[in-house]
Design a protein around this ligand. Structure first.
Ligand code: PLP
Length: 392
């Protein structure tokens, strides 16, 4: 008899975006003439930067001639892209990351979800609340949690991020082995200072723990004092893996390209306490289960680092930062009432779609998330409607 992985039965159905879609569809049916403005989604709406498109086209043309055709590439990514990333994203900011510590992939969602697979199931994990749900669900799937009870999974140490702590959770009171951090944060939009991040790195070093640092929104940082990478913190290489994505940086949500940094001296331990380099384990996993990102997509991603590419990306992000949070495309708003009630009110009275915070965790029950992934004009219009709806 074929048996299922029963841990999947513990998963809470993710009703968030399907419930949003059906409530919006109902509203549109009743109000066919009302123009709805969607500030709920975290998806890009603007075209790829011209520099990326030019590189993309050129690479496709190379595939059309036998002499320049490319078949399977290196699973870890082409050297041209890994070197551009290492130089521009890390060495330029004084972070010591070499090209061969970078693994190119088709998304930070897959990487943040898959990385836990090379770690023991018998570990204590700390996950922020509210949070990007992939970190929790993938740990549920692999059996690291108990059942879902009273709004939370058992055996997870929830790191509460609230207004009281400025959305930077306190260090856990007990030792933990695996810590998820995401800055700039989805959904709260909060950023972390070097000093606060250094406290997490020290904690991980003391506890021989690992930090999985998701920096998918790094490009939105506007203040140079805020760290773009955890490797700007001394000692982080030994205890941290970092995830990045071109999705929100350069509109690659549909094109798909991202990367994960696993420093060669980042360690984890076996049952007898013997240290192993995670780089080798992740390399083994990546090369066994993944066959690389397509050549034209990697060329398009490389173009982000050209002078024109950098300028075009900056222009897109500046516009989003203008309408979004200060260092992130998201605004996390205290609705002071149930987030679904506020969602309905906003839709009914303003025709604006937000994301109810309850979908990101217990700490989001009274919050909503607005995103800047819409045109400037629409976002501006939405703000006028919001002011009217809220009587401000
Ligand atoms: N990490 C965070 C925090 C995100 O919000 C998202 C997407 O919304 C991702 C990762 C996924 O990125 P990608 O498109 O590269 O899979």
């Amino acid at each position: 008899m074929i048996k299922i992985n029963e841990h999947y039965l513990k998963l809470q159905a993710s009703y968030l975006f399907s419930t949003i879609a059906s409530r919006v569809a109902d509203y549109q049916k009743k109000n066919p003439d009302r123009e709805i403005i969607r500030l709920g989604i975290g998806d890009c709406t603007r075209a790829l930067p011209i520099a990326c498109i030019a590189a993309f086209h050129k690479a496709v043309d190379e595939m059309a001639a036998d002499a320049s055709f490319r078949g399977y590439g290196p699973e870890q990514g082409y050297a041209f892209l890994r070197e551009a990333i290492s130089k521009n994203d890390f060495q330029a900011r004084g972070a010591d990351v070499s090209a061969d510590e970078i693994f190119i992939s088709d998304g930070a969602k897959c990487d943040t979800g898959n990385f836990q697979e090379i770690l023991s199931t018998d570990i204590r994990i700390a996950i922020p609340d509210p949070v990007y749900p992939v970190y929790i669900d993938t740990n549920v799937m692999s059996g690291r949690t108990g059942i879902f009870q009273d709004g939370r999974y058992q055996n997870i140490i929830y790191l509460e991020s609230t207004r009281k702590n400025n959305y930077i959770p306190d260090l856990p009171a007990e030792p933990v082995d695996l810590i998820y951090l995401c800055y700039p944060n989805n959904p709260t939009g909060a950023t972390i200072t070097k000093e606060a991040l250094a406290r997490w790195v020290d904690f991980a070093r003391k506890n021989k723990a690992l930090i999985l640092f998701d920096a998918a929104y790094e490009a939105f940082i506007r203040n140079d004092a805020i760290p773009h990478s955890i490797y700007e913190i001394e000692g982080a290489r030994e205890v941290a893996v970092e995830f990045r994505s071109f999705s929100k940086t350069a509109g690659f949500t549909g094109t798909r390209c991202a990367f994960t940094v696993v420093p060669k001296n980042c360690l984890a331990y076996d049952e007898s306490g013997h240290a192993h380099a995670l780089h080798g384990l992740w390399n083994r996993r990546h090369t066994t289960k993944f066959n690389g990102v397509s050549y034209p997509v990697q060329r398009a991603a490389e173009a982000i680092y050209s002078e024109e590419g950098k300028a075009q990306v900056k222009e897109i992000i500046d516009l989003m930062s203008h309408v979004g949070g200060e260092h992130s495309p998201y605004i996390w708003i205290n609705a002071n009432r149930d987030s679904w009630t506020f969602f309905d009110m906003l839709l009914e009275s303003a025709g604006v779609v937000c994301t109810p915070g309850a979908g990101f965790g217990a700490c989001g029950q009274q919050y909503i998330r607005l995103s800047a992934f819409n045109s400037y004009e629409n976002t501006d219009k939405a703000m006028i409607r919001l002011r009217e709806a809220l009587g401000k």
